[in-house]
Write a protein that binds this ligand. Structure first.
Ligand SMILES: *Cc1c(COP(=O)(O)O)cnc(C)c1O
Length: 223
């Protein structure tokens, strides 16, 4: 089933978004066992993203095929040290002290970490991220930190059924992304889109989607 899901997704996802950019599929692998993850990689997955540091560490050596590693979940500052040098892209940099810790630890290790700034586009209490109106200021502060490279923005849309409203929010994210990208050659990724909303996100200009359920089926939180 996983193999079939990956193959049909790779066929269904357009090669390019309406802005002519390549769309990257990141498999959201939280709560999946390494066998399932490796099957997805064998079927064509090139990028994997974890949510929890402990899971990331436990699975790290057992994932085969050398995929690009993403960290997509809420990250506690005191756990940053376990990830430095092992994550290709941190999606969820959602507060300044996390950016500072990532920069400090990266500098100490002699590496530059690539990050996305998470924006709370729906202004939801339950979600992390900079408020839309504060994202530009946060960008300017984080841009000054020595061992980080800001590669773009990440957002999670609200879990609502109103596609018109979702498209509006996704387009707002794209505008913010374009505004910052205009003066920053490092900008490359707008990470937006999950199993329920990835199509409308790509149509609105996302170029990186994070899919779990579409690939692995409904997650078993009871495990
Ligand atoms: C779990 C998760 C996803 C994938 O969610 P699905 O709805 O299963 O596709 C994407 N992004 C983040 C940050 C996640 O935690």
């Amino acid at each position: 089933m996983i193999e079939r899901n990956v193959k049909s997704l790779l066929e269904e996802i357009p090669d390019k978004n309406p802005f002519g950019e390549k769309v990257t599929l990141v498999a959201a692998i939280k709560l999946q066992d390494t066998d399932s993850i490796n099957r997805a990689i064998n079927a064509g997955i090139t990028d994997v993203g974890d949510n929890h540091v402990q899971e990331f560490k436990d699975k790290y050596d057992f994932i085969t095929g050398n995929p690009r590693r993403h960290f997509i979940g809420h990250l506690q500052t005191n756990k940053v040290k376990y990830l430095i040098g092992k994550v290709d892209l941190y999606h969820s940099v959602d507060r300044l002290n996390l950016a500072e810790e990532l920069s400090k630890r990266s500098a100490n290790a002699g590496v530059t970490s690539e990050i996305l700034l998470q924006v709370n586009i729906g202004n939801e209490q339950t979600k992390g991220g900079f408020e839309c109106g504060q994202a530009e200021e946060a960008y300017r502060i984080v841009k000054e930190l020595p061992a980080l490279k800001i590669k773009g923005l990440m957002a999670m849309l609200p879990f609502i059924d109103d596609n018109k409203e979702l498209t509006k929010l996704a387009m707002k994210m794209r505008s913010l992304y374009d505004k910052l990208k205009a003066n920053d050659a490092d900008f490359e990724y707008l990470s937006m889109g999950m199993s329920g909303d990835w199509k409308l996100c790509i149509d609105a200009g996302s170029n990186m989607i994070r899919l779990g359920t579409c690939i692995f089926g409904v997650r078993n939180y009871g495990k």
